[in-house]
Design a protein around this ligand. Sequence first.
Ligand code: THU
Length: 161
Amino acid sequence: MKKKTIVSEIYIFENLSELSQEEQELLHKASKAREDAYAPYSNFKVGAAVLLDNDEIVIGSNQENASFPSGLCAERVAVFHAGASFPGVPIKTVAIVAAAVDSSSAKPAAPCGNCRQAIYEYESKQEKPISILMMGSDGRVFKCKSMASLLPIAFNNDFLG
Ligand code: THU
C-alpha cells in the first residue's frame, strides 16, 4: 500500500486591488453579469466572466427554472457560451462573483461540482491550466491557478479509452 498526498493551493486576496488590472476587470465583468442573473427561486445570484486566449470575454449568469433541475449555474452558462461562440479557443481565466441578493458579507463561493467538471473538460482538452477567481460580497478574492487544483483525481476522456 502507498499513500499519495494531493495538495490544493488557494490564494487569498484581502481586496481587489491586490490583483492584476486584467483580473480586476474580469471580476468587474462577472459582477455586472451577476446583475442579470435569473434567480427568483434561490435569490442567490452568480455572475461569471471567461477570458479567452484571443482576449475575448464571454459572460454568463445563473438561470433558474420553476422545474429546479432545469436551471443552470453561471459558470456553465459562461463556459458553454464560450465553447459555442469561440470553439477551440483556450480559456485563460474564469471569474465568478456569487452572493445572495441581500448579502454584503458573503465569502467567495467555490464553483459547484458539476461546474468544476465542466470547466475541467476544457482544461484537460487545452492542456493549459485555467485560473479560477472567486469573489463574494465581503471584498475578498480567492484564486486557484488551475481547475485541477479544485478538482483533484478528476474524470476525463482518458478513461473512455
Ligand atoms: N449556482 C451557480 O450559479 N454556480 C455555482 O457554482 C453554485 C450555484 C447557482 C445555481 C442556483 O441558481 C443558485 O446558485 C443556488 O444554488
